[in-house]
Design a protein around this ligand. Structure first.
Ligand code: ZN
Length: 242
């Protein structure tokens, strides 16, 4: 039995699947992981700082303009389109099999693909708020601003994205824990599972089928019912929904 047919069988037999995804889900949409080796190299060369430093709360406060330059160049991919992974997950939700998508990505591609219950642990580039009056602005406004994006009131407009040193949104985190703890099948894709909070969330899973789909190995491979070391879009595109 191939790994794809094993995955197909697990999905056929489940109606309470939760998907947890990392950066690898978006790379097939042409969004590079800014924390990858080449991402680190380029940020050091151009900004003299690592991606983690550049996307941190203290850098945002102390070097606001450089933060936005880096952010617009490296974290926002306005024209990216959903790939087969996003599309299949949306289909699985429509078919009543998948209950939630939990993502560490900030690109909004799951919603663009049609997913409804999406828990964005790290926020989303499409929501932006004035720090002073809370007025909401869209992504285009941020991209069209020169330098620091400013509200009509003069306040700085901050993307609703969780920066390093900032806490995760508790409501989103609790909801993620709730869905994971009730799921019978947890599919984890496109993450090496070494970064907080991914590793912690896995511990709440009580179901019987843990599936890991990632190009490289993860520390949890030995706990999984099924491990597929392939690209997530390529893998999920082969799944048929009855
Ligand atoms: Zn304002």
């Amino acid at each position: 039995m191939t790994k794809i047919s094993q995955l197909q069988e697990i999905i056929n037999n489940s109606d309470n699947i939760v998907f947890f995804g990392g950066a690898g889900v978006s790379t097939e949409s042409g969004i590079p992981d800014f924390r990858s080796e080449s991402g680190i190299f380029n940020s050091l060369k151009k900004y003299g700082a690592s991606p983690e430093q550049l996307v941190s709360h203290s850098y945002y406060i102390d070097h606001t303009e450089e933060f936005f330059n880096y952010y617009k160049e490296n974290l926002v991919f306005k024209d990216a389109e959903p790939n087969p992974a996003h599309l299949k997950l949306a289909e699985l939700e429509k078919a009543g099999k998948l209950k939630a998508v939990i993502t560490q990505n900030i690109d909004g591609l799951h919603q663009k693909a049609g997913s409804v219950n999406v828990l964005e642990l790290h926020g989303c580039i499409h929501r932006n708020y004035c720090e002073f009056c809370q007025r909401e602005y869209d992504l285009n406004y941020i991209l069209n601003s020169k330098g620091i994006p400013r509200c009509e009131c003069g306040g700085i407009i901050k993307p609703d994205v969780v920066l390093y040193e900032e806490p995760l949104n508790n409501e989103v985190l609790n909801s993620a824990v709730n869905f994971i703890s009730k799921a019978d099948t947890l599919i984890i894709g496109g993450t090496s599972l070494v970064v907080y909070p991914a590793a912690g969330l896995i511990n709440y899973f009580n179901g019987s089928k843990l599936i890991l789909i990632n190009k490289s190995q993860t520390p949890y491979d030995n706990l999984a019912s099924l491990v597929i070391n392939e690209a997530i879009g390529e893998t999920l595109s082969q799944i048929k929904i009855e």
